[in-house]
Write a protein that binds this ligand. Sequence first.
Ligand SMILES: *Cc1c(COP(=O)(O)O)cnc(C)c1O
Length: 362
Amino acid sequence: MHFIDLESQYNYLKEKIDARIHNVLDHGKYIMGPEVFELEEKLADYVGVKHAITCANGTDALTLAMMVLDVKKGDAVFCPTFTFFATAETIAFANATPIFVDSDEATFNICPKDLEVQINKVISEGKLKPKAIISVDLFGLPANYPELEVIAKKYDLKLIEDAAQGFGGSINGKMAGSFGDIATTSFFPAKPLGCYGDGGAIFTNNDDYAALLRSYCVHGKGEDKYDNVRIGMNSRLDTIQAAVLLEKLAEFPIELVNRNKVAEKYEKELSNKFITPQIPEGYTSSWAQYTVCSQKDRELDMLDYQRQGIPTMVYYRTCMHQQTAFHYLGYKEGDYPIAEKLSSKVFSLPMHGYFNYLNDDA
Ligand SMILES: *Cc1c(COP(=O)(O)O)cnc(C)c1O
């Protein structure tokens, strides 16, 4: 059994994907080819935003967001401690200071209450300028944007949605990727919408941000490609990856339905054994991971599955405040009790849209 079955997905979409790739090989526009712009239009449509700008990966997408929002030394940027490293890394990479926030136990996402506590701590210490929040749609579930948007407004902070895992999720019909000032996603192969290599995208309704992003991701280009008006980076999505994504995006809504069927099945079978993920009223998840909390010993529970030939994974064993690279920030064990508990109890089960039995059930 596969943890994520990219093989079945490819076999199912093979003719379409192969044709798309061959088309790129025929026209030869490997960088910034027509597929890139076709994809950007379709992504913007799907997410329901004005601008989708593709780039090289989800980490660059966050870094580009930091550049556009002018995040710099002396700034405090708040993010959950229970997340993938890249979320916090890009804050430090921008020379700003990451301020970690505890999790909401039921959703695994950033806790709005603790966020406000951390913001007030930074304000009262008076050393750093509170600048922005990066919230993460962990395991596919959008963070609590109704509350996060109120807090961002109250403290005049920019809000960035890290939808690397959340792409496809929604709150009351509003899609992940459309929350906050800027949202980012990743097309790493294992994400809900993945390509066959690295890829990423940035979403915004702000025309000025979009223009800046298009410049920053191509060496800070001006009107003329060889007139560079700012320091940028080289972060583009390859045309071949855009071609793959066009076919995968077309299939994505159906895959989401299947992923939700898998989640329902898990819920039925496992809710008396583990603490299963609960989706708040009005929310949908793209189920980047199906993550449960062990009631007893996680390692034993995982061993049980291993014996049955079912792969499991742990996302994440180490919170950001426990990472070696962030020791300099001076956090200690016990600083974020909920996140620490989650990191010691969670594990994830296979999740994708291509389980065989699904067709039989439908
Ligand atoms: C995967 C991921 C990223 C980074 O995406 P890459 O494309 O691998 O650079 C950022 N944030 C979160 C929450 C992720 O899961």
